[in-house]
Design a protein around this ligand. Structure first.
Ligand SMILES: O=P(O)(O)OC[C@H]1O[C@H](OP(=O)(O)OP(=O)(O)O)[C@H](O)[C@@H]1O
Ligand SMILES: [Mg+2]
Length: 183
């Protein structure tokens, strides 16, 4: 195991574990109220959303089922080309179901834009999105996202599920990476 201190690789902590949990609790209250009397299926997007899902679902009232999709952006080799391939599809038939997509971050928006229209083509009762983070300045497509944890500036962030080269996902806080890490 890499024994270096991941926390030292952060330039700035943007959100502590406590702030993240508190915000997810607030979102869970809104979601619980909006879906009162309805069955909702949480759909997480692997892998970044695993911790958002874990904390959000435990803050929701009642029993809430979850399912997962894994997708890969590819094409030019750059991140989020907008060309998306399904690596793992849902196990669940979502026809006539209320679907709430759970994400860690909306950056360009290309990933979620594709996933949303893919899910909408399956005749669900509804599709909404809950994301912990959104970067408004980075948007290449507008996404109608009902539940947003925090809006952040256009900087690369890691921690709480978010990675740089598959590292830092297990950091408890979310922060920006120090330049020495990628130079
Ligand atoms: O709005 P976009 O510009 O499309 O970027 C956002 C997506 O990119 C990241 O996932 P990534 O594809 O890196 O995979 P990961 O979740 O496994 O980290 C993140 O978790 C979002 O799913
Ligand atoms: Mg992701």
């Amino acid at each position: 195991m890499d024994s270096s201190h991941m926390g030292n690789d952060l330039e700035n902590v943007l959100f502590t574990e406590e702030q993240i949990h508190q915000r997810l609790d607030e979102l869970a209250q809104d979601i619980g109220r909006d879906y009162e009397g309805k069955d909702v299926l949480l759909v997480g997007v692997l892998k970044g959303a695993i911790l958002v899902m874990a904390d959000l679902m435990r803050a929701l009232p009642g029993s809430v089922p979850m399912d997962w999709m894994a997708v890969s952006s590819y094409g030019s080799g750059t991140k989020s080309s907008g060309v998306v391939r399904i690596l793992k599809d849902l196990d669940t038939d979502i026809t006539n179901k209320h679907v709430l997509i759970v994400e860690d971050i909306i950056d360009s928006g290309l990933t979620l834009s594709w996933i949303r229209s893919n899910l909408e083509s399956r005749s669900p009762a509804s599709v909404e999105i809950c994301t912990l983070l959104r970067k408004p300045e980075a948007a290449k497509v507008e996404i109608d996202c009902k539940y947003v944890g925090f809006e952040i500036p256009n900087a690369f962030v890691v921690g709480y599920g978010l990675d740089f080269d598959e590292k830092y996902r297990n950091l408890r806080d979310i922060g920006t990476l120090a330049p020495h890490v990628y130079s």
